[in-house]
Design a protein around this ligand. Structure first.
Ligand code: PLP
Length: 370
């Protein structure tokens, strides 16, 4: 059989048996809607959702009331903008700061506000030679978007230090952390970070697609969405909302995916991070003259640019050899622009990869650039 190697963990993780089985078992034997019914089965579903919320809260150092289900990081990032701009206190003259590490889903919702005149100014924080956000470049701003780990560079930022620096300039700055990549590799502690919002996707740590997590510190905020499940009662014009997190969760939740998420968290927590695989591939690629490495040896992924071929052609040729990696701008066009390149090739191992896979990937790459 033709060899197939999936080394695109940063795009999405393959699913462990525990997640698949928990979802299949739930769908077969326990399915009902959540937060709607009073029969025993519906009660069990509510308990499963509540337990999953508790698991996520422990995972990121939060309390359950601050954990809101979303459909993923992109949804979470857009919802944060919608929540913030739904507040009566929202001022159209606000400013926001980003960096060139950001994924499109973190920065574009803000740029869209900027282009439609709903924020006044965009600041871009500088990066040092190791692609860390320079603390002295963080401006006095109303909103700060922090990519905790770039999906191209794969190195953790000092999120707590960045937030501290931002608060020295403006104690009231609202800080928003994109932890989509960080979550698979480093411990999130939202209280230590002192952030206002934090988001990640379940599918990047082994759960199903369609479920994500949004941490909201201030549960008194008004919600951005209205609908079923978030209203306690309606008295004429007086709409009494449920408490957080339900008030932020209008509509039916991705119940099945939520049920699988705790198993993904355990799977992710038990992974050693695949550094032996990364070091092997990195060391071998660094010997190849025709390859320009973008990442450092201790990064959680290996991004590079083949000098003899366009990255898209390179990706297609790897694909023809049964190797699934990411090529292109990775939805992170600003960092590629900064580096004066169109795109890169990203190899990102997950818990399922072996040293045999690593050797195969290296041999194929060597064959392509020879
Ligand atoms: N932020 C970062 C850093 C990412 O790597 C990704 C996905 O690659 C996202 C945000 C968007 O995640 P999703 O597509 O799960 O919404």
């Amino acid at each position: 059989m033709k060899k197939f190697v999936y080394m695109d963990a940063a795009a999405s993780w393959l699913k462990p048996q525990s997640v698949i089985e928990s979802e299949a078992d739930f769908l077969r034997n326990s399915y009902a809607n959540a937060g709607r019914g009073i029969c025993a089965r519906a009660g069990l579903v509510d308990t499963l959702i509540d337990d999953a919320r508790g698991k996520v809260a422990d995972f990121i150092g939060a309390d359950k009331e601050n954990i809101v289900w979303t459909s993923g990081t992109t949804d979470g990032m857009n919802r944060i903008v919608n929540i913030l701009t739904s507040q009566p206190s929202y001022a159209e003259l606000s400013t926001f700061a980003v960096s060139d590490l950001d994924h499109h889903s973190a920065r574009l919702p803000w740029e869209n506000l900027f282009h439609s005149g709903k924020v006044r100014k965009e600041f871009i924080c500088d990066l040092d030679e190791n692609f860390n956000i320079k603390l002295d470049s963080i401006p006095k701003t109303d909103f700060l978007i922090i990519t905790a780990m770039s999906n191209v560079m794969g190195v953790a930022q000092d999120v707590a230090g960045i937030i501290r620096a931002a608060r020295l300039k403006n104690p009231k700055v609202i800080t928003i952390v994109d932890a989509a990549q960080y979550v698979a590799h480093e411990k999130i502690d939202v209280k230590k970070w002192d952030c206002d919002f934090c988001v990640f996707s379940g599918h990047k740590i082994g759960s199903d697609t369609g479920v994500g997590v949004l941490y909201i510190r201030d549960t008194n905020l008004f919600p951005d969405k209205y609908g079923g499940g978030m209203v306690n009662r309606i008295n004429g014009n007086n709409i009494v909302l449920n408490k957080s997190p339900e008030k932020f969760e209008a509509g039916t939740l991705p119940i099945t995916q939520i049920v699988g998420l705790p198993y993904a968290i355990d799977y992710c927590k038990n992974w050693d991070g695949g550094q032996d695989i990364i070091h092997y591939i990195y060391d071998e690629l660094s010997k190849i003259e025709n390859i320009k490495l973008l990442t450092v040896r201790d990064s959680v992924m290996i991004s590079f640019v083949p000098q003899s071929m366009h990255v898209i052609d390179f990706g297609a040729m790897l694909g023809a050899k049964g190797i699934c990696v990411r090529v292109g701008n990775m939805c992170a066009s600003w960092i590629h622009k900064k580096l004066n390149i169109d795109g890169s090739v990203r190899v990102s191992p997950g818990p399922w990869n072996t040293m045999d896979d690593a050797k195969y990937v290296v041999d194929v790459i060597k064959g392509l650039v020879a």
